[in-house]
Structures are given as structure tokens and as C-alpha cells.
Design a binder for this molecule. Structure first.
Ligand code: DOR
Ligand code: ZN
Length: 425
């Protein structure tokens, strides 16, 4: 196996030092390391972070390989600084059996660009009626620990309770897409001033908050782990704050787009801004940012949702919800949080790795630790060109925006997946 010497790099914002990678692990960290056999990577001006971990990625394979594949999504992830992603279950067929989750897991290994950890569906076909084979997926080669019907809410409280009870045996997690479906029928965007003005049916904040309130109570009752996907409202933050204060085993994520963009984007009628949950108000954005800093929201997760051109470049009402995220997430985090490297490492690597139980990920470079890390150039600025993205889809809301930060290199178990900002496979 190869050796790499990353010279004069700032590890998570600290004073520059050298990092030596050998045989897949970090062999040494310290100033003036000498390793004649190693390939030198000039780390001057760069920040080394533990490889980013995404709890919420849509890879679309099997079924919509025109929009993304495990391989193309893995490449997008590596270019975004990720070393592990959790693949959502709303594929076609749905990842609701051991067979499908093993297929996704195997495709991830074959691509070899990031660790792909499949998420299993909670209910058969995401239909919300019968529990899927949670145990068989947990026992499969993919070792599924997180289950989610994302895209759909597990709306039936009895089914949600049973799912929480089922996964408790192996300390699994139910990741909920919190949306009371009766309150969002026909919804096109956030319910508020802008939706009223545009005459579009609204998706009220309470549809999210009511499900989170219910589910933290269910999780508390059962004593199981709940994870709340893409929290988008100030009210949800308050529900989570209270639940955490009571000791409920709940964690939560926020997406880059909910940290940056507001519902005023809908005024353009450009479906690239259509997403579920919808973009909210400036007040919500401020509350989400504060909650992320404070830790009421535990992680940034991309909800990378690639869609084919025909599903996005159409009338707003017909467009699928979702936006790309993997290749821009670190830049948005840097824009929103500033160069608070320890906070970024915590919210985008250490904590998501811990929640998902991904061994060898989310660990700061230190002797003996698997060399899963990414190198960021914080001084670089880049203009996002959709055609240059590695994703098979083009639905980025950041097109032609100039964003801070660039991923220079990503290492997966000591081998570069990205070098000089380019994917190596
Ligand atoms: O905007 C979204 N897109 N929200 C979801 O919950 C699902 C996702 C998708 O699969 O496209
Ligand atoms: Zn969702």
C-alpha cells in the first residue's frame, strides 16, 4: 500500500503540522516528519478534517440510474469531501429487503469511492402499512442500523411505535421524514406570506412539528432512538430542545439548503427551489443556524436528491422535490458557520459517524486511526457550474453562485479518492 505525507497542514484548524499516512492508517502526526518513500501532498494553507459523513443521500440506484448511480453519487460525495454516505431507501425497487440493501452495499464497495451504508425502509414499499423485514436487513451483509421511509412520513402512530420497539433490540434508529400527510395535501411550498401572494397551496410548519412532537413522545415511551430528518422550522427546534432536555434519545439533522435559502426563492417559479420539506422563512433559517451551533440540531445532512431533467425542468406543480447537495455542502457550511473547523468537523463528520455507528469514520487524524480524511482550501472560492458536477443530475440551487472553500483531496482508508480537486476513479 502507498504512503502519503501531507506537509504543513492545519488539522481541524490547529497550527500547521505534518500527517503521515501509511498502510491505510495515520502513522504519525507532527512537525517535520521524514518519510522518503511517501508521496508528498503540499498542505500549506489547507485544513484537514476527518472525512465527512452524510446521513441522508439519495443515490437512486436501483431504478433511476438516469438520475444517479451508486458510482456517480459516490464520486460526487468524494469530491465533496465525504468518506461515507448513508443511502436512502426510496429506490425502485424500494430497499425494504435484505436483497436490495445488499445490492446497494455491494455496488458501493465496487465503486470504492466512499463507504456506502444502506438505510432500510421502515415499511414495505414505503406504503406505511406493514413493517418491512427490519431484522433481515439488520442481519444482512449491509448491517443496516438506520431505517427510514424518507420521502414519506411513517404517519401511522401504531406502526411508528412498533418500528421503534423492533429496532430497540439492536440499538437501531428510525429516521423520520416528519410530515403529517393530512396537513400537506396538495402542498407546493411553505405556507406563509409568499405562498399566499403566489396563490400556491402551503405546507404548514405545524405538519412537521406535530409529527416530531408525537415521535419524541413515542421514542421516550419505548426508550428507542429516533432521528429526525431535515428539520426545517423554528418550532421544530423548540420541540427538539424540550425533548433533549428530558433525555429523549433523539438526534436531528438540517440540510445546507435549509440553512441558506428561504421561501422567497419560490417567487422565481424555478422548480430547482422546490424541495420537501420546503424552504422556509428567514426566521426559521436563523433558528436552524442557532440550533446547529448550540447542538439542538446534531448534524448537517445533505438530502442530496438528484432528479432527471424532465422531472425538474417543468412546471413547478409537476416538478419533483429535491436538490443536489454532496458537492456543495462543505462550502455552504463554511459560508453559514465561518471557519469554525471544530464545529464543522463535529456536525459533518464526528457526530454523523457516531449516530450511524460507522467504525473508522468521524475520527480526527491521530496515530493508528484509519486514514479517512479530507483536505479543504478555505481561501479558494469557486463558482458552481452545474455541467461540471459529477452527479448525473443538474438540479443544484447554487448554479453560478460563488461559494467559499474547495475540496483539494479526500482519502479513504489511506488511498486518495480525490487529488488536486479531481476524482481519481
Ligand atoms: O426534497 C426531497 N426529495 N425530499 C424528500 O423527502 C425526498 C427527496 C427525494 O427522494 O427526491
Ligand atoms: Zn425527506
Amino acid at each position: 500500500m502507498s504512503s502519503y505525507l501531507i506537509s504543513n497542514v492545519s488539522v481541524v484548524g490547529a497550527a500547521p503540522t505534518d500527517v503521515l499516512i501509511r498502510d491505510g492508517v495515520v502513522a504519525a502526526v507532527g512537525a517535520g516528519l521524514d518519510a522518503p518513500e511517501a508521496t508528498v501532498v503540499d498542505g500549506i494553507g489547507l485544513v484537514a478534517l476527518p472525512g465527512l459523513v452524510d446521513l441522508h443521500t439519495h443515490l437512486r440506484e436501483p431504478g433511476r440510474e438516469d438520475a444517479e448511480t451508486v458510482e456517480s453519487g459516490s464520486r460526487a460525495a468524494a469530491l465533496g469531501g465525504y468518506t461515507a454516505v448513508c443511502a436512502m431507501a426510496n429506490t425502485s425497487p424500494v430497499a425494504d429487503t435484505a436483497g436490495v440493501v445488499e445490492q446497494v452495499w455491494r455496488l458501493g464497495r465496487e465503486a470504492g469511492l466512499v463507504d456506502v451504508q444502506p438505510i432500510g425502509a421502515v415499511t414495505v414499499g414505503l406504503a406505511g402499512e406493514h413493517l418491512a423485514e427490519l431484522g433481515a436487513m439488520a442481519d444482512s451483509a449491509a448491517r443496516v442500523r438506520i431505517f427510514s421511509d424518507d420521502g414519506h412520513c411513517v404517519a401511522d402512530p401504531r406502526l411508528m411505535r412498533r418500528a421503534l420497539e423492533y429496532v430497540k433490540a439492536f440499538d437501531g434508529i428510525i429516521a423520520q421524514h416528519a410530515e403529517e400527510p393530512r396537513l400537506t395535501e396538495g402542498a407546493q411550498m411553505h405556507e406563509g406570506e409568499v405562498s399566499t401572494r403566489l396563490g400556491l397551496t402551503g405546507w404548514p410548519a405545524v405538519a412537521e412539528e406535530a409529527i416530531i412532537a408525537r415521535d419524541v413522545l413515542l421514542a421516550e415511551h419505548v426508550g428507542s432512538r429516533l432521528h429526525v430528518c431535515h428539520v426545517s422550522t423554528a418550532g421544530s427546534v423548540e420541540v427538539l430542545r424540550q425533548a433533549k432536555a428530558r433525555g429523549v434519545r433523539v438526534t436531528a439533522e438540517v440540510t445546507p439548503h435549509h440553512l441558506l435559502l428561504t421561501d422567497s426563492r419560490a417567487e422565481t417559479y424555478d422548480p430547482v427551489y422546490k424541495v420537501n420539506p420546503p424552504l422556509r422563512t428567514a426566521t426559521d433559517v436563523a433558528a436552524l443556524r442557532a440550533a446547529l451551533v448550540e447542538g439542538v440540531i446534531d448534524v448537517v445532512a445533505t438530502d442530496h436528491a438528484p432528479h432527471a431533467v424532465e422531472d425538474k425542468e417543468c412546471e413547478w406543480a409537476y416538478a419533483r422535490p429535491g436538490m443536489l447537495g454532496l458537492e456543495t455542502a462543505l462550502s455552504i457550511a463554511l459560508d453559514v458557520l465561518g471557519p469554525r473547523w471544530d464545529l464543522i468537523a463535529e456536525r459533518m463528520s464526528r457526530t454523523p459517524a457516531r449516530i450511524a455507528g460507522l467504525e473508522g469514520h468521524g475520527l480526527d487524524p491521530a496515530p493508528g486511526v484509519p486514514a479517512n480524511l479530507t483536505l479543504v482550501d478555505p481561501a479558494a472560492r469557486r463558482t458552481i457550474e452545474p455541467a461540471e458536477l459529477a452527479s448525473r443530475s443538474r438540479n443544484t440551487p447554487y448554479a453560478r453562485m460563488t461559494l467559499p472553500g474547495r475540496i483539494v483531496a479526500t482519502f479513504l482508508r489511506g488511498e486518495p479518492t480525490v487529488l488536486d480537486g479531481k476524482a481519481l476513479k
